[in-house]
Design a protein around this ligand. Structure first.
Ligand code: NAD
Ligand code: MG
Length: 389
């Protein structure tokens, strides 16, 4: 391909689990021959970020950590790759001209840079579900005004995106998000009370970053995905169902008004969703394991136990309340999760804290601007931190 035909991409969070999978897909689809990398961003893993930037010939590399600026600059010395750090560097990366941006920073830290890319009209491949959970309709409005596409990468939402025909949207009755149930699917509350972050992070099917792995164990990941789906597909809370499906083969389903249910299936490998978002509306060739149905033999399903996994009920509550309750849910969850990772609170305390923060902040007014979203997030973190101490 000649220079003009190359697609320009930016990967926010290139050093993480989604980020490295994204670079893997890009390289399998021709790498530097077919793509130009406008920017890559990371945080603490400077040597990996520098290695990625050199390998893909990125124009710009950013670490979120201001204190690592010098280190990144040294690591990229002589390469001609521009370097920056901190929040302003992340925004600059997002604003660089690239038609497709992978939003794969973890947590609410991804919101401002993803918004910056959305506002200038880039197609957003969205792994960072927190954008939709916290900012909901304001985030969608930024995408709409910018004029780019929103391409869901979260495997469940990508599955729904794959089977949701636009002409048939009026006939969607419900969507059914599948959940693996995580490592504690069959554990009692008593057993869960004493687990550590090391135990909680061991996911049975998916290999993911630390925080989302623990969120899968508590089912807060599914809770965030319920709110994410509600915004993404414009549905009422009662149209969003969750079913535990331990094999993670069905990635999610759409139920239509004629009784049909359409599903997307595959081996649990995020590169399918990433490749779909990169190739949309076409499909690309990827070396994902193929499903062998005879070997699988069976698929299991069970209702989620909301008593052992209160996160599901909290998501429903946040969806029904609307307003900034998504930001309250996510902000308090992130603070509780960090405290659990540090061993300061127990596993079950995470949901208890989120519930108390939602009680305390139930009357916050709906957000008019993004600043209101950031303020609600901050209040939720502050309130959660008070409960933890
Ligand atoms: P990860 O922890 O593996 O990687 C996170 C990335 O964000 C890294 O590049 C890291 O350097 C960067 N980062 C960390 N803190 C930052 C900060 N404060 N500011 C800027 N950048 C920072 O996470 P992940 O598992 O790749 O998840 C990324 C996002 O994708 C999350 O929102 C997660 O919920 C979502 N997601 C992940 C998966 C998965 O399979 N891993 C699946 C679905 C959705
Ligand atoms: Mg998911």
């Amino acid at each position: 391909a000649s220079g003009e035909e190359k697609r320009r991409l930016t990967i926010l969070g290139s050093t993480g689990s989604i980020g490295t999978n994204t670079l893997d897909v890009i390289e399998r689809l021709g790498g530097r021959t077919n793509f130009e990398i406008a920017a890559l961003t990371g945080n603490g893993n400077i040597s990996l970020l520098a290695e990625q930037a050199r390998r893909l010939g990125a124009e710009f590399a950013v670490t979120a950590d201001e204190e690592r600026f010098r280190e990144l600059k040294d690591a990229l010395g002589g390469s001609g790759i521009a370097v920056a750090a901190g929040r302003s560097g992340l925004i600059e990366a997002a604003e660089r001209d690239a038609g497709w941006v992978m939003a794969a920073i973890v947590g609410n830290a991804g919101l401002a840079p993803t918004l910056a890319a959305a506002r200038r009209g880039a197609d957003i491949a969205l792994a960072n579900k927190e954008c939709l959970v916290s900012a909901g309709s304001l985030f969608l409005e930024a995408i709409r005004k910018g004029g780019g596409r929103l391409l869901p990468v979260d495997s469940e939402h990508n599955a729904i995106f794959q089977v949701l025909e636009n002409e048939q949207r009026h006939a969607v009755e419900r969507i059914i998000l599948t959940a693996s149930g995580g490592p504690f699917r069959t554990k009692s509350l008593e057993e869960m009370r004493h687990v550590t972050a090391d135990i909680a992070r061991a996911h049975p099917n998916w290999s993911m970053g630390l925080k989302i792995s623990i969120d899968s164990a508590s089912m807060f990941n599914k809770a965030l995905e319920m709110v994410e789906a509600r915004h993404l597909f414009g549905l009422r809370p009662d149209q969003i169902e969750v079913i535990v499906h331990p094999q993670s083969v069905i990635h999610s389903m759409v139920g239509y008004s004629d009784g049909s249910v359409l599903a997307q299936l595959g081996c649990p490998d995020m590169r399918t969703a990433i490749g779909y978002a990169l190739s949309y509306p076409k499909r690309c060739a990827l070396p994902i394991d193929r499903l062998d149905f005879a070997k699988l033999a069976r698929l299991d399903f069970e209702a989620p136990d909301e008593n052992r996994f209160p996160a599901i009920g909290l998501a429903r509550r946040a969806m029904e309340a609307g307003g900034v309750q998504g930001a309250v849910l996510n902000g308090s969850k992130e603070t509780a999760l960090e405290a659990f990772i540090k061993g300061r609170i127990g596993f079950l305390a995470m949901a208890e804290i989120v519930e108390k923060v939602m009680d305390a902040l139930a009357d916050l007014p709906a957000a008019v601007t993004m600043d209101d979203v950031f303020a609600a997030d901050e209040k939720a973190r502050h309130t959660a931190a008070g409960l933890i101490k």
